[in-house]
Design a binder for this molecule. Structure first.
Ligand SMILES: *[C@@H]1O[C@H](CO)[C@@H](O)[C@H](O)[C@H]1NC(C)=O
Ligand SMILES: *[C@@H]1O[C@H](CO)[C@@H](O)[C@H](O)[C@H]1NC(C)=O
Ligand SMILES: *[C@@H]1O[C@H](CO)[C@@H](O)[C@H](O)[C@H]1NC(C)=O
Ligand SMILES: *[C@@H]1O[C@H](CO)[C@@H](O)[C@H](O)[C@H]1NC(C)=O
Ligand SMILES: *[C@@H]1O[C@H](CO)[C@@H](O)[C@H](O)[C@H]1NC(C)=O
Ligand SMILES: *[C@@H]1O[C@H](CO)[C@@H](O)[C@H](O)[C@H]1NC(C)=O
Ligand SMILES: *[C@@H]1O[C@H](CO)[C@@H](O)[C@H](O)[C@H]1NC(C)=O
Ligand SMILES: *[C@@H]1O[C@H](CO)[C@@H](O)[C@H](O)[C@H]1NC(C)=O
Ligand SMILES: *[C@@H]1O[C@H](CO)[C@@H](O)[C@H](O)[C@H]1NC(C)=O
Length: 457
């Protein structure tokens, strides 16, 4: 009934415009075919399975940093569980396993120039989703999806830096990467979320304790404000006394979902309910850019002023991913989320009329039609927003005792019925200075000074 074309007219007033992808949010088949077209457009940016060299396998390559490929595989993991389209599963599995590194913890020597804590975590998000969804366990190597995440987590907990600012992870792992003296919120938020997910998945108290510790550290440093706005980070050379106050959609999504995990794991504790609700409320920062764009998601720090970089084109993917995922484990958010993300999905799809295929998605969903930009991030943002419309047909994230253990032959199973299940990963930023342009504008070059500190191990 409410096909995109009709919506287009009611939403934007006039100018008939044929969009190449049709979306009726009330029809699962329509959502699946829209998601399929957008996913196909995204996967067109990946050639690593064709070139198949150590440098190119599993990654998009320039201009994309290493993290964004991990984020993309997380989106494709979701894609399979939302649509039941398994056509990319082999490529996905090969890609994820290509990056586990020599210690099976997603520390990859080949990509260390753009591997910070947040980058590593985005690969961890994808592996964590594989664990929670009972994706067929790796048939190579002696590990499960969950064990990969636990090993990753153990590298990060050793980097918890009590020598500066009372704790927290630095952005960078290696002192030779720019940003080593920056404690960015996304690294800490990702560690918080992975801790919460591991706590719920395994029942191990250690993860629960670290989820609380990392959350409280962010609050103590005012990286999370009393009204749940999430700032970008803080400089340890200034004793973390002031914050870079940029707000990014992915940070909001990461804390929302981590809090929802804690809420669910604690069987609905008042404190985590309050926090989940608070982060949900604060997602208002990322909707309604203009009067003509009701409930449409945007990236306020860069989108309306045309300064988003390659990383930032993808951030809306992670807010969408984690808002949708939150509805499964904190159902009190379902109605409001569905309203926001249905409008955003329709707006996203109407932007997908560009390029030679006529289906390339733009980044500004509040302008009419395609905005002339393209890339894996644009596709991913549209994809996560759209495919989540299928969430009612999916299984919540599982617990460790509900998934198939290793040694299972590879079968493409639909998720095991039961209690809990999937989630999403997200976000990122990495070593290279260029990714943090807005930070640079605000902070000047001070943040980039390359003082060296030891890596905490
Ligand atoms: C590479 O992956 C794409 C999906 O993105 C698939 O269509 C293609 O067949 C794959 N090619 C090879 C050589 O594996
Ligand atoms: C999912 O796809 C498989 C084939 O790939 C099919 O056997 C199964 O019935 C599908 N499940 C659903 C719920 O559509
Ligand atoms: C809980 O997790 C921590 C961190 O991975 C690990 O060191 C510890 O052995 C685990 N405890 C149990 C009981 O499995
Ligand atoms: C909920 O969060 C608000 C804002 O931080 C705070 O003022 C209030 O005390 C919290 N309520 C509970 C029950 O934790
Ligand atoms: C840094 O902050 C901590 C606590 O916030 C304080 O105890 C310490 O004195 C500060 N150090 C400097 C050099 O300002
Ligand atoms: C949540 O409820 C389950 C089932 O009643 C119980 O086994 C578990 O211990 C509870 N968890 C917490 C953290 O209270
Ligand atoms: C979230 O917003 C609702 C509606 O405005 C409000 O009632 C509630 O107190 C808010 N919750 C928090 C934690 O800020
Ligand atoms: C909505 O308003 C904004 C700001 O005026 C404008 O840039 C945009 O093109 C408008 N969108 C549509 C669909 O007219
Ligand atoms: C926790 O998540 C499950 C789905 O796994 C859901 O059924 C349950 O209602 C959630 N718990 C709370 C307190 O919302």
């Amino acid at each position: 009934m409410r096909s995109l074309r009709i919506l287009h007219v009611t939403l934007f007033g006039a100018v008939p415009c044929v969009s190449a992808i049709d979306l009726d949010p009330s029809k699962p088949d329509s959502i699946k075919s829209a998601a399929s077209a957008i996913a196909h457009g995204m996967m067109n940016y990946y050639h690593g399975n064709v070139t198949n060299t150590p440098e190119t396998i599993g990654v998009l390559g320039p201009p994309y940093y290493w993290w964004e490929s991990g984020a993309m595989w997380g989106a494709m993991m979701d894609y399979y569980y939302y649509t039941n389209d398994s056509s990319y599963n082999e490529v996905l599995t090969t890609a994820l396993l290509s990056q586990v590194g020599p210690e099976q913890d997603f520390m990859v020597p080949l990509h260390e120039k753009d591997e910070g804590n947040d980058d590593q975590a985005f690969w961890g998000f994808a592996a964590m989703s594989a664990a929670e969804k009972d994706f067929p366990q790796p048939t190579t190597g002696d590990y499960t999806w969950a064990e990969l995440v636990e090993r990753l987590w153990n590298t990060q907990v050793q980097r918890w830096d009590t020598d500066h600012c009372g704790g927290g992870l630095r952005w960078q792992i290696f002192s030779f990467n720019n940003g080593y003296n920056y404690k960015n919120t996304v690294s800490n938020g990702a560690f918080f979320q992975l801790s919460a997910r591991l706590a719920r998945f395994t029942g191990n108290q250690t993860y629960m304790d670290w989820a609380e510790t990392s959350y409280e550290w962010c609050v103590d440093l005012n990286l999370i404000t009393p009204d749940f706005h999430v700032y970008d980070g803080t400089d340890l050379t200034k004793n973390c006394t002031d914050q870079n106050k940029l707000i990014w959609s992915y940070n909001a999504g990461i804390f929302l979902y981590g809090s929802a995990m804690m809420y669910n794991y604690t069987n609905g504790s008042a404190i985590w309910q309050n926090r989940t609700e608070g982060f949900f409320n604060a997602t208002a920062n990322f909707f309604n850019p203009f009067k003509n764009a009701t409930d449409i998601m945007y990236e306020p720090a860069c989108e309306t002023v045309n300064t988003c970089n390659t990383d930032q084109f993808s951030f809306k993917a992670y807010l969408s991913r984690f808002m949708w995922a939150t509805t499964l484990i904190a159902p009190f958010t379902t109605e409001a989320t569905t309203q926001l993300l249905t409008a955003s999905a329709q707006a996203a799809v109407q932007s997908c009329t560009g390029g030679s295929d006529g289906e390339t998605c733009g980044v500004r969903w509040y302008v009419e039609g395609w905005d002339g930009t393209w890339g894996a991030g644009q596709q991913m943002s549209a994809l996560e927003t759209v495919q989540g419309l299928l969430i009612a047909g999916t299984v919540p994230p599982l617990h460790s005792w509900q998934v198939h253990l290793k040694t299972n032959p590879v079968t493409t199973t639909a998720p095991v019925p039961s209690e809990t299940s999937s989630v999403k990963p997200t976000k990122k930023s990495t070593g290279e200075v260029s990714r943090k342009i807005p930070s640079l504008l605000l902070w000047g070059m001070s943040l980039l000074s390359t003082q060296t500190y030891r890596v905490f191990r």
